[in-house]
Design a protein around this ligand. Structure first.
Ligand SMILES: C[S@@+](CC[C@H](N)C(=O)[O-])C[C@H]1O[C@@H](n2cnc3c(N)ncnc32)[C@H](O)[C@@H]1O
Length: 339
């Protein structure tokens, strides 16, 4: 069953707020300045886009297929442009934005590969892309949602794409410097109204009996006092680098080159997303790992010669020597005659 956001717009606008840690990471890792051009795909009622506009003064554009959600967004501020559209087909010329992002949208997008490719196309060189979503671990640990409405877990696991699949799609779309970061925001829940109003779409997807049971339980516990809650998200980042950019790589970029080298060698930087902020480690099944590594090998075969040289250095040298090889390659790229 697909959610009709035109029907949900009023409850969404009334109850859903910005996650402060997501906003912080978007500004910092998105390198947002007042001159930045930002696109939010699936902007809904404009929560994140308007908060970014307010905190950084950047130029903001939001697209969403739901006119109901867009109407709410437009009624809040005229400082951002809100237009109807789908993530899979971004109606903008290349090099239009410095940051393209979406929050809690990717599970609604039918053709995710098309979205990621479109996002990369409309970004400028060096532009950043971010998908904010829920991992399997987050879905199982949501509090109060999963704690009071456990039936939502199966529904969500069925519709949210696994994080490793999204990372592989990002790489396949041509993004580099791929990383994942989990954030959390603890708070005290004092009011059951957002849950009574079903401001969380999964509450529309569980049986009415299960919903009523969860609400009764939540209200009973709230009668004893506020409920300790925590909101998690995982941010998946990628950068649009192009061949010309390699010519500008300096000493300070060697860290990121080393990370890329590790991506090529090991598959993906699993450690970054497997370890949550509270220290829990999510295991990655070995067949899943093998699939990811096969995909990396496929992607790798199309990489620019520089990255192939890095790969060769890793295969033939000890770890200590790899950085020396990298430095030589960087120097050679900066002055090709020295090669
Ligand atoms: C859970 S809401 C998130 C809204 C907003 N990003 C926020 O966090 O407040 C999901 C939004 O995704 C939009 N959406 C659904 N399918 C989409 C698609 N194919 N492309 C872009 N947005 C889509 C919905 O209309 C809805 O506004």
């Amino acid at each position: 069953m697909r959610i009709n956001y035109d029907h949900l717009a009023a409850e969404y606008a009334r109850h859903r707020r910005v996650h402060p840690e997501v906003l912080k990471d978007l500004v910092a890792a998105g390198h947002i300045k007042s001159s930045s051009r930002v696109l939010e795909a699936g902007c809904g009622t404009g929560n994140y886009l308007l908060a970014l506009r307010e905190s950084a003064g950047c130029t903001c554009c939001g697209i969403d297929p739901s006119e109901g959600m867009l109407e709410k967004a437009r009624s809040r501020s005229a400082s951002a442009r809100f237009v109807q559209g789908q993530a899979e087909r971004l109606d903008f010329p290349p090099d239009s934005f410095d940051l393209v992002f979406s929050v809690d949208v990717i599970h609604h997008v039918r053709d995710r590969q098309a979205y990621f490719s479109e996002a990369r196309r409309v970004l400028s060189a060096g532009g950043r892309f971010c998908t904010v979503t829920d991992s399997e671990w987050i879905i199982r640990h949501r509090r109060p949602l999963t704690a009071y409405f456990p039936e939502t877990a199966a529904v969500e696991l069925g519709r949210y794409p696994p994080v490793p699949d999204l990372l592989a799609l990002l790489a396949r779309a041509g993004f580099q410097q791929i990383e994942a970061r989990q954030v959390e925001f603890p708070y005290l829940l004092t009011d059951a109204q957002p849950y009574r109003d079903k401001a969380f779409s999964s509450l529309h997807l569980i049986p009415e009996e299960a919903f009523k049971k969860g609400i009764a339980h939540l209200e009973q516990d709230l009668a004893q006092g506020p409920i300790a809650s925590v909101s998690y998200y995982v941010l998946l980042w990628g950068t649009k680098c192009d061949e010309h950019e390699y010519g500008d790589v300096g000493g300070e970029d060697l860290d990121s080159l080393q990370r890329n080298a590790a991506v090529l060698r090991d598959g993906f930087p699993y450690e970054q997303f497997r370890r949550s902020t509270n220290g829990t480690v999510e295991p990655v099944a070995s067949d899943e790992l093998a699939k990811q590594q096969a995909e990396v090998r496929e992607i790798e075969s199309g990489f620019v010669p520089f990255v192939k040289a890095v790969r060769a250095a890793i295969e033939t040298n000890s770890v200590e020597n790899v950085m020396g090889e990298l430095r030589r390659e960087v120097r050679a790229l900066k002055s090709p005659k020295a090669r």
